[in-house]
Ligand binder design. Structure first.
Ligand code: SF4
Length: 374
């Protein structure tokens, strides 16, 4: 990757002043901005990873109402934390939050440490999140580089290297560190992210109203649409899965997945990957026997839907299996625990992946679902 010029001193000063001025004149009102304590900034930044702001807001408010500080989170049962996280995805984030809160309390701290190095030693806190907490909550001049900042900086400096390449990432971190001011790091970093979210957007950025238009090298060069430079991603790998609702007398059998691995620690119906794109009821009954030791026949398929995970495109075929009794399964294949769930409230409070909720909804109201042909 060619070494990029990282803007000269006067360009950097102009960017700082214009961006901070623009951010302080007005920005979106978000719940974590009103009271940026280290705890609130931490939780919001973790929730915002890979997740849209409007999705995060209600989750953040529920989380704060239930776990208002580090001590409350450390005391919580992990199942309650995962229950509140249900539907937000990337569940290791919730487990790391819980573990970090417990580590802080065990070490005699009720709050997060201020220093970048100390923050980065905590589970789930990488360089970006450490920078966000240090700058926004503690006012320290720490750089940040999230997706929004990458887009804005690569356009401002007209960076031609692939942003996924580590050499380009190093350049962008260097630029972020050169730009962040000693005295207004919080406003600068928040301004960078806000500009990326609202003005310097991925498609159709509003350059004409952008406060940085006059100092943006990509705008001057006509290369805005080429930045950030990316090599095309591989398409997600198609995977066929079957999912089985094991039921008895209106109760549904849920199985807890092991902590390590996909959807770790969450409750699930019986699921299994399947070689063929159209698994049969016999395949579904086999999967139930392997997961629970229960034998019998499965009905279906009830429907089929697609679900996208980061690198996989799942096609999920749903079946039903009527158990003879709501007995505790005597042999769990690959799961940690089993529980029969009767009421909707109980189901709603449990930590279920969005995929599992889609299975339950499809099985409850198959005609209302947008289904793929069976
Ligand atoms: S001028 Fe356009 S490309 Fe440059 S920072 Fe502003 S919105 Fe982004």
């Amino acid at each position: 990757v060619k070494e990029q010029p990282l803007l000269d001193t006067s360009q950097r000063e102009a960017i700082r002043q214009r961006l901070i001025g623009w951010f302080l004149r007005g920005h979106r009102v978000l719940p974590w901005r009103s009271e940026p304590t280290p705890y609130r900034v931490w939780i919001s930044e973790i929730m915002l990873q890979q997740t849209r702001v409007d999705t995060v807001v209600p989750y953040f408010e529920r989380f704060m109402a239930r776990f208002p500080d580090v001590a409350a989170l450390a005391r919580a049962d992990i199942d309650d934390v995962l229950g509140l996280w249900s539907g937000l995805g990337y569940y290791s984030r919730a487990r790391n939050l819980h573990r970090t809160a417990q580590l802080l309390v065990q070490a005699g701290h009720g709050e997060l440490p201020a220093g970048i190095d100390a923050l980065q030693k905590l589970p789930g806190i990488g360089r970006y999140t450490a920078g966000a907490i240090a700058s926004i909550a503690f006012g320290l001049p720490a750089p940040i580089l999230d997706g929004n900042a990458i887009r804005v900086l690569s356009r401002l400096a007209d960076v031609a290297g692939d942003v996924a390449a580590s050499a380009t990432q190093r350049e962008l971190w260097r630029l972020a560190a050169l730009l962040v001011p000693a005295d207004q790091a919080s406003a600068f970093n928040q301004g960078l992210m806000e500009l990326g979210a609202t003005v310097c957007t991925p498609k159709g950025p509003s350059c004409k109203v952008c406060p940085l238009c006059g100092v943006c090298l990509a705008f001057a060069a006509g290369t805005v649409h080429l930045r950030p430079a990316k090599t095309p991603k591989k398409p997600p790998r198609p995977v066929s899965m079957l999912a089985v609702m094991v039921e008895h007398g209106g109760r549904l059998l849920l199985l807890k997945r092991p902590t390590a691995g996909l959807f770790g620690g969450l409750w699930d119906v019986v699921t299994a990957e399947h070689a063929s794109a159209a698994p049969s009821p016999t395949d579904a009954a086999r999967a139930v026997a392997a997961a629970t030791g229960l034998h019998g026949a499965a009905d279906g398929p009830l429907g089929r839907f697609e679900h996208v995970l980061s690198h996989r495109l799942l096609t999920v075929t749903v079946f039903r299996f009527a158990a003879e009794a709501a007995l505790a399964p005597d042999a769990l294949g690959g799961y940690e625990e089993a529980r029969w769930v009767g009421s909707e409230d109980e189901l709603a409070a449990m930590g279920l992946a969005r995929l599992t909720r889609k299975v339950v909804e499809l099985a409850r109201a198959p005609v209302h679902q947008a289904e793929l042909p069976l």
